[in-house]
Design a protein around this ligand. Structure first.
Ligand SMILES: C[S@@+](CC[C@H](N)C(=O)[O-])C[C@H]1O[C@@H](n2cnc3c(N)ncnc32)[C@H](O)[C@@H]1O
Ligand SMILES: [Zn+2]
Length: 316
């Protein structure tokens, strides 16, 4: 509960926007809106967003993600995020992870920045259960990334958004004036060796253009880094990589098992991601939701003053 109590000053009631306080197992605002703290320590602040938010990742997807991340295959990404944040924020204040899943990246960053605290946001209950115990300095809160976030304005020293829904207007609203948001999306070659044999959903070739449009609504891209590395996966690793991603919504588990059984016992698989380091755009009217037609790259500006070092393992 200590991490949740530390996070309360950042939060706001999803119904009326008032401050929140905890009394035992309930978080409530002065107007009497109340939210139960789950046995696992997270609190769900759904209510201000869409009437019915999608449930997010299933228990099976979350378990696969926990297995895969625990094996360290994505450590190069966690390290690169830390390297970028070394220059992107002062190491103090709150790191908000939007679509945090198990909270693995957040926990990595909290280990690296001992004076920071963390807040994991996700809509999936199985994810929140994991995220609530990801790190002693991380709290976990349920919310819909597409709706207004239950966070007060300008409370996040840094925002993390890894392979998860992103609402640029809300990210910009919650960022501190000098805060940085790191947005990670899969590159075109991500898991390419698994896509065909396992029947996974490929990466949309327009993904980068769509991303630029989504971010440009309210965020300026300061630095964009392409990062790729190779992972040696056994069958369990290949299965977890497939089962933790969006393809799990489309491919029956028994089919995945059958297809994985036909793979070589060890397979070298590409991980390829784009990391966008962004800051809240200045002096620009911000619509509340991402605009569908905001893909004009002319909206994107680069801040010349920000020049982080390259981290080892980075490409391009
Ligand atoms: C692909 S997972 C990534 C999780 C984590 N960032 C990671 O990389 O390990 C996407 C996450 O976004 C969450 N999610 C999906 N829709 C959401 C929504 N509308 N609001 C909040 N979280 C959502 C899912 O539950 C899931 O945990
Ligand atoms: Zn309220």
């Amino acid at each position: 509960m200590a991490a949740l109590d530390d996070a309360l000053p950042l939060l706001r009631c999803p119904t009326c926007g008032a401050d929140l306080a905890r009394e035992g197992g309930v978080v409530r605002c002065a107007a009497g809106h109340s939210f139960d703290v789950a046995r696992q320590g997270y609190v769900s602040l759904l209510g201000g967003g869409r009437a019915r938010a999608a449930p997010g990742d299933t228990p099976e997807m979350v378990a696969a993600r926990e297995r895969f991340l625990g094996s360290g295959h994505f450590q190069p990404l966690a390290t690169a995020l830390g390297d970028l944040l070394e220059h992107g924020f002062g190491g103090q204040g709150s790191i908000v992870d939007l679509g945090a899943g198990t909270g693995w990246y957040l926990a990595n960053l909290l280990d690296r920045f001992p004076d920071a605290t963390g807040l994991a946001l996700d809509v999936s209950k199985p994810a929140l259960r994991r995220a609530a115990r990801a790190h002693p300095r991380a709290a976990a809160v349920g919310c819909d990334a597409w709706g207004p976030l239950p966070l007060r304005d300008h409370v996040a020293a840094a925002v993390l958004n890894v392979f998860a829904p992103r609402n640029a207007s809300e990210i910009a609203r919650v960022l501190a004036p000098d805060g940085a948001a790191l947005v990670v999306t899969p590159g075109g070659r991500h898991l390419e060796e698994l896509v065909r044999p396992l029947g996974l959903i490929g990466i949309d070739p327009d993904k980068q253009a769509r991303l630029a449009g989504q971010l440009a609504v309210a965020l300026d891209v300061v630095e964009r880094r392409e990062l790729s590395w190779r992972m040696r996966l056994d069958h369990d690793g290949a299965l977890a990589a497939a089962a933790m991603g969006p393809s799990a919504f489309h491919v029956e588990p028994y089919r995945l098992d059958e297809r994985v059984a036909k793979l070589p016992a060890q397979l070298d698989v590409t991980a390829a991601v784009t990391i966008s380091l962004t800051r809240a755009a200045e002096r620009r009217a911000r619509p509340r939701a991402p605009a569908a037609d905001a893909s004009d790259p002319a909206h994107r500006r680069t801040r010349p003053g920000f020049r982080p070092n390259r981290s080892p393992g980075g490409r391009g």
